[in-house]
Write a protein that binds this ligand. Sequence first.
Ligand SMILES: [Zn+2]
Ligand SMILES: [Zn+2]
Length: 136
Amino acid sequence: MDWTGGCLCGAIRYRATAAPAYASYCHCGMCRKNSGAPFTGFVQFPDGVFAWTQGEPAAYRSSDGVIRRFCGTCGSSLTFEADGLLFLTLGSLDTPEAVAFDRHTYTRSRLPGIALADGLPHVPGPAGGKGGRPID
Ligand SMILES: [Zn+2]
Ligand SMILES: [Zn+2]
């Protein structure tokens, strides 16, 4: 099954030809600013299965060694990239409901009043290690 996604206006599209290898929610303040949402879901695919299929996303270096790509037309947040790893934003996927998540990261920055009832592990900071190293 192919996994596809893109931005709100449709200018940018992508495809992955295998299921996600890892997915986590990030509660850090930078992802909150970037997305405008209380927290952000990120999905990582196995090496070599991801490609942009339409358009060229704009890029922003949000901190040392970290690139976030987005649509230059509609502003949709599309990726978090660091250490050669690429994470796609959950909301940019066409089938976000099909993603199985592994954990919450940066929960020390979680907003008060956000109740998490999915039973996933909470990691106070970055998760660490390939397959578990998002986020700032
Ligand atoms: Zn767009
Ligand atoms: Zn984050």
